[in-house]
Structure formats: C-alpha cells, structure tokens
Design a protein around this ligand. Structure first.
Ligand SMILES: Nc1nc2c([nH]c(=O)n2[C@@H]2O[C@H](COP(=O)(O)OP(=O)(O)OP(=O)(O)O)[C@@H](O)[C@H]2O)c(=O)[nH]1
Length: 138
C-alpha cells in the first residue's frame, strides 16, 4: 500500500426498511462518491465513540449502535483505509447536511445503484448478504 493509512468508522443507519447513504461534496477527497456517514478514528477513541461524534458533527444525528460488521481494508492509489462498519438505528430527528452534498434513503437492494467509494463495496455486499440479498448487483 502507498500513502497514509486511515481507520474510519462508518454507520449503516436503518429506518423503516431504508438505509442512509451520504454523498461526499466536490471539495472532499473522493469527490461526489457515496459513502456511509462517519469519519477518521481519533487517537484514544474507540470506533463506536468516533461514530457517535462524527454523526453529530456531520449530520446532527443521534443513533443507537446495534452491531458491528466485519472491517474491510482497501487500498486507493494514494492512501488506504480500514472501514469499521456498524449497523445503527435512529434515535430521532432528521439528518441535517453539514458537510455532504446530498443524502438518500434507499432499500438495501438498491444501494448498489449509487456510485460508491470503492472501499464500501465489500461492506455493502456483506450487509446485503446479512439481509438475505445474496445476488448483490454492482
Ligand atoms: N466516512 C466515510 N469515509 C469513507 C467511506 N469509504 C471511504 O473510502 N472513506 C474514506 O475514508 C476517509 C474518511 O475520513 P473523513 O470522512 O474524516 O475524511 P474527510 O474527507 O472529511 O477528510 P479529509 O479532508 O482528510 O479527506 C475519507 O478519505 C473517505 O474518502 C465511508 O463509507 N465513510
């Protein structure tokens, strides 16, 4: 792998059978790619603590963390990332976009219609398999 390595917690937030996806802004790295909200784990912070902090910062959102999914490491051309995904539920309220360009609530089976950050594809496929959606589309 080349470049820096990031440890990133991200949230698969479920509500009424839909899942929240957020779109990175044109000014961010991986511009306009879709991702699960979250961010870099700070020194001395657990992945869960990071996730709760990032969701408030990015979306003014409070969630309950239900369970972790397997972590995945991906090498982009100039950096690598390990994603620590957690399936979450909403506590209440509506997400407010502070950093992202857009958000979407999608049925799990439609998640792969979006243009995702590459590191997320194994995470989504693992999640879909858990949901019983075995024929994951790209
Ligand atoms: N939050 C989040 N980040 C992801 C996902 N997939 C993925 O590759 N990443 C990458 O992991 C990093 C997350 O850090 P961040 O959200 O704090 O990054 P950022 O763009 O705000 O900060 P930056 O200015 O350092 O790039 C980004 O480089 C992002 O491209 C994902 O599903 N969620």
């Amino acid at each position: 792998m080349t470049g820096k390595h990031l440890r990133v917690a991200c949230a698969i937030i479920e509500r009424n059978g839909l899942v929240l996806a957020t779109r990175r802004s044109a000014a961010m790295s991986l511009p306009l790619k879709w991702e699960f909200p979250g961010g870099k784990i700070d020194h001395g912070e657990t992945a869960e603590q990071c996730l709760l902090r990032e969701l408030v910062e990015e979306l003014s959102l409070r969630v309950v963390i239900r369970h972790p999914l397997p972590e995945h490491t991906h090498a982009y051309p100039d950096f690598s990332v390990t994603l620590y995904p957690f399936v979450c539920g909403m506590v209440g309220g509506e997400p407010v976009l502070h950093e992202h360009a857009a958000l979407a609530w999608l049925p799990p089976g439609e998640l792969l219609t979006l243009d995702w950050a590459e590191a997320d594809l194994p995470v989504i496929n693992g999640y879909l398999a858990r949901c019983g959606i075995m024929e994951a589309r790209r």
